[in-house]
Design a protein around this ligand. Structure first.
Ligand SMILES: *Cc1c(COP(=O)(O)O)cnc(C)c1O
Length: 342
């Protein structure tokens, strides 16, 4: 058997190319020794670490098997076949899947310049609306809504409509007008903030995410939560990850450079890149992106086409290491040149 590794560059799932924190990795390795024991069904260690980290009360935190699991629990707790949920066009498709799984109607608010548009979202609300999902920054477009837009939304709706703010890329955003969502929790009892260890923390494979809300909402989610939804390795590693500020800062800094590198490189080829505050870029390649994805894969690079979003000419590329980004730009440029010669 050959032990030669196939070197595929994976730029398709918005993972952290620099890996997890060494502290988290060490904690995970230690935890493996104890896998004969069930995890703490209340997630106390991680909930107190998060409460401490953010200055919240432990009763405001919910932990989940990835933030997907959190979003799914929110749907299970609050959606049914009689009410509806509002999302924006181009919103992360997993949310659509989760809403549909409850037999709940979805109202889609048209996007503006690929981003969430608050007025359109407000216009989509009706008397049956129970939950509004906001993905900020949005995946796959990389666009974001501002603090003031968030306030406008919260001030325009009845307080029995929940606003779920999916902030999977929160730690990657440096923009000053990006929402300080945590500061809104005390004034808006209907706000749920969802974050994850899958992205900047580099722990996507462990499956760990969390929600921050008022205690009453946390209690309602907890009522439908399965006791052992989060594994012990993930919880112990996540606690340590929170302590490694240096890892987050380094990842943030390198990502800013990487996104810039990809944006400039693609713009030099005459392509339009949607300005992104995440760890990925979304670009209009002016040709069938499914075909281009396949041809890039043959050259060892995985990126995402956006057919499920009805964006057949767009690609989403996760920012990799400097070398990975360069290799992507080279291969992409080569394919581009080949095609133009025909
Ligand atoms: C990646 C991603 C998530 C998923 O996170 P997990 O915590 O790995 O389940 C959630 N929301 C958005 C918008 C994402 O891009």
């Amino acid at each position: 058997m050959s032990n030669k590794k196939i070197n595929v560059i994976k730029m398709s799932n918005n993972e952290n190319p620099f890996g997890p924190s060494p502290l988290a990795l060490r904690a995970a390795k230690c935890s493996v020794e104890n896998i004969n024991v069930y995890p703490d069904s209340e997630g106390c260690i991680l909930k107190s670490a998060l409460a401490n980290f953010y200055g919240l009360d432990i009763s405001q935190i919910t932990v989940g098997n990835g933030s997907e699991n959190i979003l799914d629990m929110i749907a299970k707790a609050f959606l049914n076949y009689k009410n509806n949920a509002v999302i924006s066009q181009y919103c992360f498709t997993t949310i659509l899947l989760i809403i549909h799984s409850m037999g709940t109607k979805v109202k889609i608010a048209p996007a503006l310049n690929y981003g969430h548009n608050i007025n359109n979202i407000i216009d989509s609300i009706d008397s049956q609306t129970k939950v509004i999902f906001i993905v900020n920054p949005n995946n796959p477009t990389g666009t974001y809504i501002t603090h003031n837009e968030m306030l406008e939304l919260l001030n325009s709706i009845k307080s029995d409509i929940l606003v779920v703010l999916d902030e999977a890329y929160y730690e990657y955003v440096g923009e000053k007008n990006y929402p300080d969502s945590l500061s809104l929790l005390s004034s808006y009892q209907n706000l749920i903030i969802v974050r994850t260890f899958s992205k900047i923390y580099g722990m996507a494979g462990l499956r760990i995410g969390y929600a921050m809300s008022n205690p009453a909402i946390a209690k309602e989610i907890n009522n439908i939560r399965l006791p052992f939804n989060v594994n012990s390795i993930a919880m112990n590693a996540a606690c340590e990850a929170l302590n490694d500020k240096e890892h987050v800062e380094r990842s943030y800094f390198l990502n800013k450079q990487g996104v810039h590198q990809l944006t400039i490189g693609l713009e030099h080829m005459g392509l339009e890149v949607i300005p992104s505050v995440g760890n990925f870029v979304c670009v209009n390649i002016k040709r069938d992106s499914l075909d281009l994805c396949q041809r890039l894969f043959e050259r060892g690079i995985m990126v995402k086409h956006l057919l499920p979003y009805n964006l057949p000419f767009h690609l989403r590329i996760t920012s990799g290491t400097y070398e990975q980004n360069q290799q992507f730009l080279n291969e992409f440029h080569n394919l581009f040149l080949e095609e133009k010669m025909f």
